[in-house]
Write a protein that binds this ligand. Structure first.
Ligand SMILES: Cc1cc2nc3c(=O)[nH]c(=O)nc-3n(C[C@H](O)[C@H](O)[C@H](O)COP(=O)(O)OP(=O)(O)OC[C@H]3O[C@@H](n4cnc5c(N)ncnc54)[C@H](O)[C@@H]3O)c2cc1C
Ligand SMILES: Cc1cc2nc3c(=O)[nH]c(=O)nc-3n(C[C@H](O)[C@H](O)[C@H](O)COP(=O)(O)O)c2cc1C
Length: 567
């Protein structure tokens, strides 16, 4: 249809454009065509934006796995192309004292944990909630990234939006909440933001209409191997699980995979018995229809209910229940519902089963058609009764040949550098998972950069996860250095941070020579202890003051050379 030279220009534009730019162009062209056809409902996203009346904005993002950063960066690029000066900053790098001076601030922020802000936005989040700052100069809007599978959808974005208004800032485009397929909704929000700039933010834009979410791409895999890596006399059970997938499977080292666990059959049956509910009766839960038995098995969280749910339960059964977390079955036994109809009311206030993530421990290059995970079976005791975490227990029991559903959770922050760069990997316990993936990948592609691993656990004889592989990688030189810390093999506790201190001079040299540093595993206390140790190394061997060492580490973080995946 197009002449050859115009086709070439078109193809060139399309191949060099990002996904968000393509979506924008798509909207622009659709709007143009519909407008020509006289369609009154036609929308022309950013194209309809008259000349921009504002020349300077800030785009501030809070991210954990990189999505908000990607979106914010894309929008900053587009805004710059429209002639606006943009200050693009991660909220952890942002000078909080500047907030009150901001005139146009646009926030892109995800939600983590159970409705919490990402780690990188925590200081900002606390600051606006704890300080009584006057933000009456500020015009703002919030783009909230989240996932409807979690109980508190986009809660951090909602909180930030509400708090900015409370502090006197003026919202120019209403809060836009986005599910995991956020590209279109985010682009629509950004179009509104650009329009608002054309009026200098003097009139509030209508809320962008959110598109129905297409949901995540789910894979069905088959368990190929499920092996406890710990020896019999260990205190722990850590399962190496290999999942085979027929057909295409897309993931990269540094990503995680997510599962929705299943509640135990006997617990579901006990709930039905105690409430008199008919397991085959249909209910609607989060806009989908299920039988009650199906919903209680795999859609609804019935374990360790949060206090907010217990409060609602108390209101339904009209009983005084202390503020506490408790399993649904215990709640029903201690504070029974009147009848099955009242249980129907309870079902309405229960929350969806949150997904659980596990770092990928395989490499697409080395383990084609498979994805591996390393799962610690979570064991704890309540009133002297041993209990197990729902998902880790479920995964650890999966037999070979069982079918299992999962999705890939991308983490664009926690990625390997170029093959010629050096990496330092600090991953005790299940923190080893992404590093098994990293090392296998670098081995498979023949990466020339050096690899240094710090691993630790309780005992050498029973808890050296992936011992044979690690020793092989050390023998063949894939691992340039390995340092191991087994905490219970001697009188005093020995952890990875102690090994780092022993190796401080070499560690400092690697860092100065451009190495990338990765930490994975327990957020507390491990990642804090390791970070403090790194600061000590920088201080001592770099001849720096405490403040200079902190600034040095902040710079590494800014350059993407200090990366954490902690939970
Ligand atoms: C990005 C990311 C990567 C991760 N990677 C890994 C990995 O590679 N390997 C790995 O093993 N884990 C990993 N995790 C952790 C994992 O996602 C789960 O959080 C972990 O397995 C526990 O989930 P669970 O369902 O087994 O336990 P849950 O059932 O969620 O229980 C968790 C905790 O809640 C409390 N609790 C639960 N039920 C009760 C109850 N009835 N009464 C009282 N208290 C209770 C206990 O303290 C328990 O330890 C990762 C997490 C993230 C966010
Ligand atoms: C451990 C974890 C917990 C999460 N908790 C929530 C939540 O409570 N509410 C929500 O809406 N989304 C939640 N999400 C989904 C993220 O907000 C979503 O994946 C988002 O796109 C991540 O953006 P980011 O990469 O910028 O951090 C959670 C994701 C993870 C990994």
């Amino acid at each position: 249809m197009l002449a050859e030279h115009r086709l070439k220009v078109f193809q060139d534009l399309v191949t060099k454009s990002s996904r968000e730019e393509l979506i924008w162009m798509n909207g622009f062209l659709a709007g143009m065509v519909s407008a020509e056809a006289g369609d009154p409902a036609a929308t022309m996203p950013v194209a309809a934006t008259p000349a921009i009346a504002v020349n300077k904005i800030s785009i501030l993002y809070g991210t954990e796995t990189g999505n908000s950063k990607k979106v914010a960066t894309e929008f900053a690029t587009q805004a710059k192309k429209s002639g606006v000066t943009v200050k693009l900053t991660s909220l952890d790098q942002y000078r909080l004292n500047d907030l009150a001076k901001e005139e146009y601030a646009f926030f892109v922020i995800s939600t983590q944990g159970d409705g919490e802000p990402p780690l990188t936005a925590k200081k900002f989040y606390d600051h606006i909630h704890q300080q009584n700052i006057a933000l009456d100069k500020m015009k703002y809007s919030v783009l909230a990234l989240g996932d409807t599978s979690y109980p508190l959808f986009c809660k951090a974005g909602e909180d930030v939006d509400a708090q900015l208004t409370k502090l006197g800032a003026k919202c120019v485009v209403p809060l836009q909440k986005c599910d995991t397929d956020y590209a279109e909704d985010a682009a629509a929000w950004f179009s509104q933001v650009m329009r608002s700039l054309s009026t200098g933010g003097s009139s509030a834009s209508p809320a962008p209409v959110a598109k129905p979410s297409k949901g995540k791409k789910n894979y069905t895999g088959t368990i190929l191997t499920n092996l406890n890596l710990n020896d019999r006399d260990s205190n722990k059970q850590t399962h190496h699980i290999e999942i085979g997938v027929d057909g295409e499977l897309h993931y990269e080292p540094g990503d995680s995979i997510g599962f929705i666990p299943r509640n135990k059959k006997e617990t579901v049956e006990a709930i039905l018995a105690v409430t008199g509910a008919d397991g085959d009766a249909l209910i609607e839960f989060r806009k989908e229809k299920y039988t009650i038995a199906e919903a209680l098995t795999s859609k609804i969280n019935i374990i360790h209910l949060p206090e907010r749910v217990v409060k609602q339960y108390a209101a339904i059964v009209q009983q005084e229940i202390p503020d506490t977390r408790i399993d649904l079955l215990d709640l029903l036994r201690i504070y029974p519902v009147k009848d099955a109809a009242q249980f129907g009311e309870v079902l309405k206030v229960l929350e969806p089963m949150a997904p659980r993530l596990y770092s990928v421990s395989s490499s697409p290059e080395a383990h084609s058609g498979e994805v591996h995970i390393t799962v610690a079976r979570d064991k704890f005791s309540i009133n002297n009764e041993i209990k197990y975490g729902l998902c880790s227990d479920y995964l650890s029991q999966l037999g070979v040949d069982t079918a299992v559903e999962f999705y890939v959770h991308k983490n664009s922050q926690f990625k390997l550098p170029a093959p010629d760069k050096d990496v330092i990997m600090i991953g005790p316990g299940t923190g080893i998972a992404p590093f098994r993936s990293f090392i296998a990948e670098r081995d498979a592609v023949g990466a020339t950069g050096r690899n240094w691993l710090f691993f630790g656990d309780q005992r050498f004889t029973s808890d050296f996860l992936y011992q044979t592989e690690i020793q092989n990688w050390a023998d063949t030189g894939v691992l340039t250095r390995v340092n191991l810390a087994f905490s219970r093999d001697q009188k005093s506790k020995l952890y990875v941070q102690h090994k780092m201190l022993e190796q401080a001079a070499a560690l400092w040299n690697w860092i100065e020579e451009g190495s990338y540093i990765y930490i994975c595993g327990a957020k507390a206390p491990m990642s804090t202890d390791v970070e403090n140790t790194l600061l000590q190394v920088i201080e001592r061997y770099g001849g720096k003051t405490v403040a200079e060492a902190q600034a040095y580490l902040d710079k590494l973080r800014e350059e993407g050379r200090y990366l954490l995946d902690v939970y």
